[in-house]
Write a protein that binds this ligand. Structure first.
Ligand SMILES: Nc1ncnc2c1ncn2[C@@H]1O[C@H](COP(=O)(O)OP(=O)(O)OP(=O)(O)O)[C@@H](O)[C@H]1O
Length: 573
């Protein structure tokens, strides 16, 4: 909860105004029954019309005042709650940007999405309710009793006796609700996860005829959410009638005792009506309050989930400016091993090699041998579990994530952003001119294709590049990487969807650049011109040499070569 008030502090003035205006409403509400009692006793019973007009006019003016105060209070409360939501989302987004790849893996993407959207909305609702009703309801209950005492002490005592019982019920509701709503939010995470996976892989789902399977998977998490919501609402369903029962019993007591007082002449009609008026409004306040306590439980659960993100250390801090001279691109792995978090198996084992500036390195190996993992260690996305990686002779830990300014990765799946083709190229370097963009597109063998499009470089590509082929997406990703003028370029099987001729043209263009390049592939043809080829087998180096040397000396390499020839994998040379 502390976090909500920390954020609300920025909007302190608006919050104070919202609360002050709420207090105006509250005062009017508290005074109304007293005035009504006066109208009854001094006006109606005494048959004095002037009193009725006088207090009637006051009542009308106060009602109008409460109306204006209510609207303006709501306006300021909305200002605060929306502002807090906006700031929280911004801060969470920035904090997540600073999470290391390991931390992102630990928090699943779906939970990050729910926390940034649904949880923030819960907190906004809570804050709004707090300023408008949550504080007002208990205040009304407290001052309503005080005012009742000014009207009729015995009747006020009956009202007072009900309060502790009601508060015990409320407290139970809050404790129970907090736990239940935490579970509800977790179920929303699960739903988001299933939807996200399904939509990302919708073609796969259709191609595998897995619609029924997916529908069942969704129904299962959906039912689980419904069940948890039902449980949470069940608490509410029980509590509301209990509150009503207690208050109605108190009301019967008031009516009965009030009637006796009227009979014996120990109270005036206006007093009794006044206390009953307070009791009725208190009943409504309790109803609203118990409903809001559920919101409080839910909002608290959400605030905790938001805090979990914001309190994480910024272990991958974003550095906005290039703060150091550009690297040359000399890389050494000194007995490097690596294990993923939450796993025990060593994925890379004792890797030891040296890459000179500007060299082209092929990384070859069977699927799962650790090629992608090796690439991810170079830009410091993951930290080695043992050994050291040196960049230009300096341990990479000392350089931190600054190394990424000069190291560019083209991931296995060419990820594109919604926007134009030019936007996607310049994403790698926002200062790129049109001519420079065309130059890198030519290097990536994409320029000719772009020129056939009606809007050429301004052509909009759908979300995640849905209107481009796999090979076009890969080439656009390569163009984006080249736009960043990297000193170290990491190609993670990024030419796998290209035909042999296009692939060799792209690789030739990259070869002409003087940047150190790692080319991960399963095809020997993609790496055979490299200065060195690292042959990985189950995370260890099984061979490290040129194509010709490996072909002569390494049996694993020879087997791969012959297998690929037999299977018709293009081996031009
Ligand atoms: N994020 C991760 N968390 C835990 N284990 C992982 C993770 N990513 C990969 N692995 C495991 O590490 C091993 C090596 O994976 P990696 O992706 O590096 O292999 P690869 O050689 O690039 O495979 P491919 O050619 O199929 O892309 C695999 O056994 C995989 O299960």
């Amino acid at each position: 909860m502390k976090i909500i008030f920390k954020y609300a502090d920025t909007y302190r003035k608006a919050m104070i105004l919202a609360l002050l205006l709420m207090v105006v409403e509250l005062i009017v509400e508290l005074v109304q029954p007293i005035i009504m009692a006066k109208i009854i006793d001094e006006g109606i019973v005494a048959e004095d019309m002037s009193i009725i007009y006088f207090y009637g006019a006051i009542l009308l003016a106060m009602t109008l005042l409460a109306f204006v105060a209510g609207i303006t209070s709501s306006f300021f409360a909305a200002e605060v709650s929306q502002g807090v939501g906006h700031d929280m989302r911004n801060d969470m987004f920035r904090r997540i940007q600073m999470f290391s790849a390991m931390k992102i893996q630990q928090f699943a993407t779906s939970t990050l999405l729910t926390r940034m959207t649904n949880d923030v909305i819960q907190v906004q609702n809570l804050l709004f309710a707090f300023m408008r009703i949550m504080l007002r309801a208990p205040l009304f209950i407290i001052f309503g009793i005080v005012m009742s005492f000014t009207l009729n002490i015995p009747l006020a005592l009956i009202l007072l006796a009900t309060i502790p019982v009601l508060f015990v019920v409320m407290f139970w509701l809050m404790i129970k609700g907090m736990r239940l709503f935490r579970h509800v939010q977790e179920r929303i995470d699960q739903i988001n996860n299933v939807i996200r996976e399904n939509l990302l892989a919708i073609k796969l789902v259709k191609a595998f005829h897995r619609l029924t399977f997916e529908n069942n998977r969704f129904s299962k998490v959906n039912k689980s959410l419904k069940d948890k919501n039902r449980q949470a609402l069940w608490v509410m369903e029980v509590v509301m009638p209990i509150v009503m029962l207690i208050m109605n019993i108190a009301m019967i007591g008031l009516l009965w005792f009030g009637f006796i007082q009227l009979e014996t002449g120990s109270a005036r009609a206006g007093e009794v009506v006044g206390v009953i008026n307070y009791a009725t409004r208190m009943l409504a306040s309790f109803g609203v309050f118990s409903f809001l306590l559920m919101n409080l439980s839910r909002g608290r659960a959400s605030a905790k989930r938001i805090d979990d993100i914001l309190e994480q250390s910024a272990d991958d801090e974003v550095i906005e400016q290039r703060e150091r001279a550009r690297i040359k691109g000399e890389i050494s792995f000194d007995h490097v091993s690596f294990t993923y978090p939450n796993t025990s198996q060593e994925i890379l084992r004792n890797l030891h090699f040296h890459v000179k500036q500007g060299e082209k390195i092929g990384v070859l190996g069977e699927t799962g041998s650790g090629k992608t993992t090796l690439l991810h260690l170079i830009p410091y996305l993951y930290h080695p579990s043992a050994g050291t990686i040196y960049l230009d002779g300096q341990p990479i830990e000392q350089l931190g994530n600054q190394v990424r300014y000069d190291i560019t990765l083209v991931p296995q799946e060419g990820f594109l952003f919604s926007g134009t083709i030019l936007d996607n190229i310049t994403w790698g370097n926002e200062h790129l001119t049109q001519e420079q963009a065309e130059k890198v597109a030519k290097e990536a063998q994409l320029h000719d294709f772009i020129m056939t499009l009606p809007d050429t470089y301004q052509t909009l590509i759908g979300q995640r590049g849905v209107n481009l082929s796999g090979g076009q997406k890969q080439r656009l990703s390569i163009a984006r990487a080249l736009a960043d003028t990297p000193r170290v370029l990491l190609l993670d099987d990024s030419t796998s969807a290209l035909d042999a001729t296009t692939e060799s043209r792209v690789l030739e263009a990259i070869r002409k650049r003087r940047c150190t390049t790692f080319i991960v592939s399963q095809k020997i043809s993609s790496v055979k011109d490299a200065d060195q080829i690292i042959l990985l087998e189950k995370g260890s180096i099984a061979g490290l040499d040129t194509h010709q040397q490996l072909l002569q000396t390494n049996t694993l390499y020879q087997t791969m070569w012959h297998t690929q020839r037999r299977e018709g994998v293009t081996l031009d040379g």
